[in-house]
Design a protein around this ligand. Sequence first.
Ligand code: NDP
Ligand code: MG
Length: 390
Amino acid sequence: MLVQQLAIVGSTGSIGQQTLEVVSRFPERFRVCVLVASSNIDLMEKQIRQFSPQLAVLTEPSAAAILEQRLDGLSTMVLGGQEGLLEAVTHPDVNTVMMAISGMVGLVPTLAAIKASKKIALANKETLVAGGDVIMAAARANGVQILPVDSEHSAIWQCLHSSTSEVEKLILTASGGPFRGWTKEELERVTPAMALRHPKWNMGPKITVDSATLMNKGLEVIEAHWLFNMPYERIEVVVHPQSIVHSAVLFQDGAMLAQLGAPDMRVPIQYALSWPDRWPSPVDRPDLAQLGQLTFEKPDLGVFPCLALAYHAGRMGGTMPLVLNTANEEAVKLFLAGQVPFTAIPRLVEMAMERYGRETAEDEISIEEILLVERETREWLQRDGSALLA
Ligand code: NDP
Ligand code: MG
């Protein structure tokens, strides 16, 4: 049996911890070689003592120093900083990288892992939104597979038995988030605590806020465009509050295949690691009779403009999705810090896109250009973000 030698990047997060849970159920199939997080020393120490990786990285250098002291006597090597992160994803013993960092900081390490010919299980959607072109081109050039972990994309992947040439449409389902059915006025008084309570999924803070604004679905539309090479007019979003249908594919003969299951990320995580096989799993089974009804409705783009903004950015192409993503990351930070209201998130994203709109989309964008536009957009929002709304 082929043992997968794993690097788990973002091991202390929601996806990272669930990945380790899946891995620990199949000790004969996996070896955890590398763990990476940012600053969570306690949980990283615990994970190291359980999985004995060769290398552990905390990108926050002071945290890495403390961790190293605590591990005195263990064989795990500890590194810090961005260099540590790059060593982690290119480690010679690793053949599969679970990319579960949050935000487009995942872009550079994902590219490095692809260039080092590692198989990529990709949870980190912001990487594809910001640099889809660069990532997919590098994957093709290096013969590297990118396996989706995001539940909707995993669902589509599970429904696609052959090439996408027979596909008429991809249908991404959205739970609608905690504020489904609310009016614009009601959204004005949403606090961070309210936005951090998701009705169906238990996830990290950034993606939970994205789910509440529907930006998460917008990012996923762009993610699907790159993963499945599908034009935007053939990607549709439908709100499905029960989160049982994880997405569907409409074929050219009119048949539609959907993937159903309990809302539990351990299923898509495991499938990205077990593919093309399926392995046993203890997750809840969907009980159709007990569920009784599954409902579907159109998303309300007037109340949740982020989804429309993402379609727009995707269609414009070039660096526009990157501007959308960067502005969203900064706007979410400002909102969580209590500096701007919830409804400022789409407004700031739109302003960033308008400000940048003069630039023409390039056919081939380099990673240097991506990082330049990112920094410029980020600095602009950090400097002027709250003032822009006055
Ligand atoms: P979390 O916030 O729960 O976890 C983020 C992880 O990344 C933590 O381990 C964190 O370390 C680490 N991290 C953050 N920044 C850095 C950095 N600069 N360098 C190294 N490590 C870093 O996020 P989620 O697990 O919820 O999400 C991860 C990704 O997966 C996101 O892109 C999200 O959109 C996607 N995703 C998540 C789903 C979910 O159910 N959670 C579903 C589908 C997609 P530390 O703990 O030390 O801060
Ligand atoms: Mg998703």
